[in-house]
Unconditional design. Structure first.
Length: 132
């Protein structure tokens, strides 16, 4: 049995997600929720949590549940359609990795009304020998 680690889950999910959206957002992406958005369109992914799904009598985890939030920022005359276009690619990448969307996509009010923010959350349970 191969134990899947939190580092593997985070790095592979992020790597696969970036590959799906990079042609639209260029290098405007991050793995942080607190990053200042300087260039649009922009996308961020961060892990909300990786809690245990269950444990055996020896306190070994039998699985973890990864919860991920993705925020997409865009502006301009077609800001909303641009955000949804990026979301389509992002969503496709997440579902191909076995994640299910549990919230969103939701347009969130931004401090600057000219910038549109689209938010989604995803979840996936990982166990031994899982891969991405």
């Amino acid at each position: 049995w191969r134990v899947i680690t939190a580092t593997y889950i985070v790095e592979k999910t992020y790597e696969n997600w970036i590959a799906s959206i990079k042609d639209i957002v260029g290098n405007n992406y991050s793995m942080e929720n607190s990053t200042i958005v300087s260039s649009l369109p922009y996308a961020s992914m961060y892990f909300v949590g990786l809690p245990s799904e269950g444990m055996d009598f020896e306190k070994n985890e039998s699985g973890v549940v990864a919860t991920v939030q993705i925020d997409i920022f865009s502006n301009g005359q077609k800001a909303v359609s641009s955000a949804y276009s990026i979301d389509e690619k992002s969503h496709s990448a997440m579902t191909k990795m076995g994640y299910e969307r549990i919230q969103g996509p939701e347009m969130i009010q931004n401090i600057d009304p000219s910038i549109k923010r689209l938010t989604s959350r995803y979840r996936r349970t990982f166990g031994y020998d899982d891969t991405l």
